[in-house]
Design a protein around this ligand. Structure first.
Ligand code: DOR
Ligand code: ZN
Length: 345
């Protein structure tokens, strides 16, 4: 008898689908395994108003191949000019499930993000009133702060003050990369949750930098030292409902990754579920995988869990494409550096 594992169908609480030819190529990679995903709004131009989110949702649904089911959970990109009435209206009609805060300059297409956090206090208060979560890219952008310290400094200088000033606001600290962030989430009220990516459970900074630079492992927040990776594995596999999967699968063409100044992002949509099963099995926590992929996220977002399920079977090494061809060029699939044995049926 081969070993099998059945999970309620997973959701991805942090995903980049892009637009146009890239969207068409990467959407099936997610929709094959995931029922829903929180869709990041960092397009060019960004998804700022409800009308932008509605149009983007329509483009996503138009790109979905016949016979596949998928529900995009839309977000709005917070700017210093965001109109709280527009946000509230988009939330009231069920169109958006979160607002995304990018500190200006923190990452890909974040130039329209927030530099002066006082300017968004009104919007955040409105979101607290209506129960709309804020997703946060948790890094300061100050040139004098070391890139490996930017998450921890963000918690002290930005996130904690926002949470103190707006106590009712529900916040997701996205793609946490440090034990500092995991501890902060554990110490906070149930209003704070965190997503953890697939790649941050697998790589540390040596994978990026030792023995030659590996652009396909470069993402933001950048992977930290091994002790932090272990803390993330402990958080993800703990069953604690405040931690859930947000892959941050972020496709860039190889041409844009392999540049003197290459783009940040790991593309993990294709093999995420198999990688996670391997990570959880190694941590002797396969029985907690479903909480991480399928239960904790819906609980935080106050959405029902998915009705259907997926089944994984353990066997010979899983084969998956090394690259996904898109109309814009090839996208390299994340290489975890070890064989995967859990096949998704
Ligand atoms: O690595 C990343 N890629 N981190 C982000 O925050 C953004 C993302 C992207 O859009 O490419
Ligand atoms: Zn992201």
């Amino acid at each position: 008898m081969s070993e099998t594992l059945t999970l309620r169908r997973p959701d991805d609480w942090h995903l980049h689908l892009r637009d146009g030819a890239m969207l068409a190529a990467v959407l099936p990679e997610t929709a094959r395994h995931f029922a829903r995903a929180i869709i990041m709004p960092n397009l060019v131009p960004p998804v700022v108003r409800g009308v932008d989110a509605a149009a983007y949702r329509d483009r996503i649904m138009a790109a979905l191949p016949e016979g596949m089911a998928f529900e995009p959970l839309m977000t709005l990109y917070l700017t210093e000019d965001t109109d709280s009435d527009d946000v509230a209206a988009a939330h009231a009609r069920g169109l958006v499930k979160a607002v995304k805060l990018y500190p200006a300059g923190a990452t890909t297409n974040s130039a329209s993000g927030v530099a002066n956090f006082d300017k968004v206090r009104g919007v955040l208060e409105r979101m607290a009133d209506i129960g709309l979560p804020l997703c946060v890219h948790g890094e300061v952008t100050d040139a004098d702060i070391d890139i490996f310290d930017r998450e921890a400094v963000f918690i002290d200088r930005v996130l904690d003050p926002i949470r103190q000033n707006t106590p009712g606001l529900r916040v997701v600290m996205e793609h946490i990369t440090t034990s500092v962030a995991a501890d902060y989430v554990r110490s906070a009220s149930e209003n704070l949750g965190a997503t953890i990516t697939t790649h941050h459970l697998v790589i540390n900074r040596n994978h990026i930098l030792a023995g030659g630079i590996k652009p396909h492992y470069y993402c933001l927040p950048v992977a930290k030292r091994e002790t932090h990776r272990l803390a993330l594995v402990a958080a993800a596999t703990s069953g604690d409902s405040r931690f859930f999967l947000g892959t941050d699968s972020a496709p860039h063409t190889d041409a844009n990754k392999l540049l003197p100044c290459g783009c940040a992002g790991c593309f993990t949509a294709t093999n995420t579920v198999s990688i996670l099963a391997e990570v959880f099995e190694r941590a002797d926590a396969l029985d907690r995988l479903e909480a991480f992929t399928s239960l904790n996220g819906p609980a935080f977002y106050r959405l029902p869990v998915n009705a259907d399920s997926i089944t994984l079977t353990k066997g010979h090494p899983v084969s998956y494409p090394k690259k996904i061809a898109t109309g814009d060029g090839n996208v390299t699939v994340f290489d975890p550096g070890f064989d995967l044995h859990w096949h998704v049926a």
